[in-house]
Ligand binder design. Structure first.
Ligand code: PHE
Length: 329
């Protein structure tokens, strides 16, 4: 066994192994010094020594490389052991969230109607007068336009005041039958405890050839939907007015906070208004060039539904991006 072989075997760390290399092959190493002797030799003796030294060097390099691999693997295994991360510990501490209540509520609504094969449609936030008002039976100077305080741009462009223009866009782009919902942001010049200038709606529209899309279907659809969203609540249809539907109704559910006996949330009426709906007015069909069809539509405010289903009592907290609020969901 060569002199360095034992030392290589005994080295317990990379530092020790490197110590062996320096001892024999470093600048002042014992083997390095013997290489220096070569210049004093000649002939056979020189060749002999050169042979001996180079085979020594080759042997050292092989042993050194082998040991290096072994030591590096040992050091890696040790590091992995001492720096081990318990990922299951981290998992139990992680906070899980359903996301923002508005998105969560919107997704629940979409999921319900997608399961019934409604198409998901979207439309522009900046609308023109035709799609937002005119085609929805709200001609210029119609008093019903007063119901909606509108943000106007130049050239009678505006921020849509409801998602109903998407009904018009969808009917103009497609042929009946139509079954669609449209979620999205809407805008009105309102700002107080229960109104923000930007809010969200989901619109629904069903159009069928013939007379089958009637009020009875609308009622059945919305009753089932509201029970999906709120659980076991009573649903009531109250006659109302929208220019684009006739007949029209507003829909109430029995208050899910007091069970209908009356509380602060329902202003002691036992009922909560949750959406507007109706049978599509024939003038709307005229505006999009539909004939011989029937249809119904409904629209709801997502913020209101989110407040009622998630138990949030201040509308503004939805838009304040306060993590303490969001962390509760
Ligand atoms: N667009 C109406 C609103 O914003 C809601 C609605 C939609 C009513 C569809 C009836 C039918 O108040």
């Amino acid at each position: 066994m060569d002199i360095f072989e034992q030392k290589i075997l005994e080295a317990k760390s990379m530092a020790e192994l490197d110590g062996v290399r320096i001892e024999f092959f470093g600048k002042k190493g014992s083997v390095t010094q013997r290489f220096a002797e070569l210049k004093n030799l000649e002939g056979e003796a020189k060749t002999e020594l050169a042979k001996e030294l180079s085979s020594l060097k080759a042997k050292f390099e092989t042993l050194f490389a082998e040991k290096k691999t072994i030591l590096q693997n040992q050091e890696l295994a040790q590091a992995l052991l001492s720096e081990k991360i318990d990922t299951s510990l981290f998992f139990t501490q992680a906070k899980r969230s359903v996301g923002h209540p508005i998105n969560y509520t919107k997704d629940r609504i979409i999921e319900y109607f997608r399961n019934l094969d409604y198409d998901l449609c979207i439309g522009p936030l900046v609308e023109d007068d035709f799609h937002n008002f005119e085609a929805l039976n709200l001609p210029v100077y119609h008093p019903a336009r007063d119901m909606q305080d509108t943000f106007y741009f130049k050239d009678s462009m505006l921020l849509r005041t409801h998602t109903s223009p998407v009904q018009i866009r969808t009917m103009l782009a497609q042929k009946p039958p139509i079954k669609m919902i449209c979620p999205g942001a809407t805008f009105r010049r309102d700002y107080d405890l229960t109104h923000t200038p930007m809010f969200h709606q989901v619109e629904g529209l069903v159009v069928d050839c013939g007379s089958s899309a009637n009020f009875a279907n609308l009622k059945f659809t919305l009753e089932n939907f509201l029970q999906y969203l709120f659980g076991d609540v009573k649903v009531r249809f109250r006659s109302s007015f929208f220019p684009f539907t006739e007949p029209s109704a507003e829909v109430d559910i029995s208050c899910n906070f007091c069970g209908g006996s009356g509380c602060r949330v329902c202003s002691h009426t036992g009922w909560l208004e949750v959406l507007g709906c109706g049978v599509v007015d024939s003038r709307v069909f005229e505006a999009v060039g539909y004939e011989g069809v029937s249809g119904y539509a409904f629209g709801m405010g997502i913020e209101r539904l989110a407040m009622l289903t998630c138990g949030v009592n201040d509308l503004r907290s939805f838009f304040e991006t306060d993590l303490r609020v969001l962390e509760q969901f």
